[in-house]
Design a protein around this ligand. Sequence first.
Ligand SMILES: *[C@@H]1O[C@H](CO)[C@@H](O)[C@H](O)[C@H]1NC(C)=O
Length: 274
Amino acid sequence: MLALRVAYIFLALLVITKRTSANLNKQKAPITVTDGNWTNVLDGEWMLEFMAPWCPACKSFTEVWREFATWGHDLDISVGVIDVTENPGLSGRFLVTSLPTLYHVQNGEFRRYTGARKTTDLISVIDEKKWADIEPVAWYRDPKSVQMGVLSSFFKAAMFIRGVYSTMTNVYGIPEWLCYVIFAILTILVGLILGLLLVLCCDNFFPAKYIPLPPERLAHKPSDDREDDTDIIDDTADGQKLSGESIPEAKENSPVNPQSNDSDLRKRQSKNAD
Ligand SMILES: *[C@@H]1O[C@H](CO)[C@@H](O)[C@H](O)[C@H]1NC(C)=O
């Protein structure tokens, strides 16, 4: 009878232990953070690991990070992991230059952790608030900032182009040199289109104004072409000075003498050519 009771209690204990470890297993895995949902780390306290499947140092660190993640609940933090090969935007945003890189995040304040990396070390960083001794990342490197967002897009674009390149070579069997030629032509085309758009925008928002000549310049007779050229430069400088003053329209159009009118026309033409 007693033996049965002992056996029963033993069995019950076994079941309870199993259940607890099963619960632990549920919390075990670090939370995946992606390009799309990284802003979730701005809420609360996080420890983030940036890793890549190909990096040997990350492989040996995986077990430590998984064990640390099981402490997340007790420490009241979230433990996240970011695969930089799948989320190039985040590797740009956090300027990840070595792997694995660890970040501590507290209410949107980012600190790069470079200290000891055993599970116990990591736990004490949180438990004893050792992270507070680390300087937060400077404003210009803040992952929330606009400029890091731009950098993130560049990283994404670079990764996209790399993807296109490997598709071209591996799937379509396009030779490497032809890929480079295609990319060079595309780059020039994109540059031309962007340049054209820029010119159109400028013309739209800052239309070129005809700056009227001051009357005393109209009387001036240029003797040769070279002098005429310097005249144009002078004219622009004067024109800028004079842009504030108002010059009567009638004066501008009234012919002082035919020759100066001719030079005026030439200046107009050269302006239009711009
Ligand atoms: C982000 O998305 C991934 C996959 O879509 C998901 O597994 C993960 O839990 C999400 N992370 C956060 C912090 O919401």
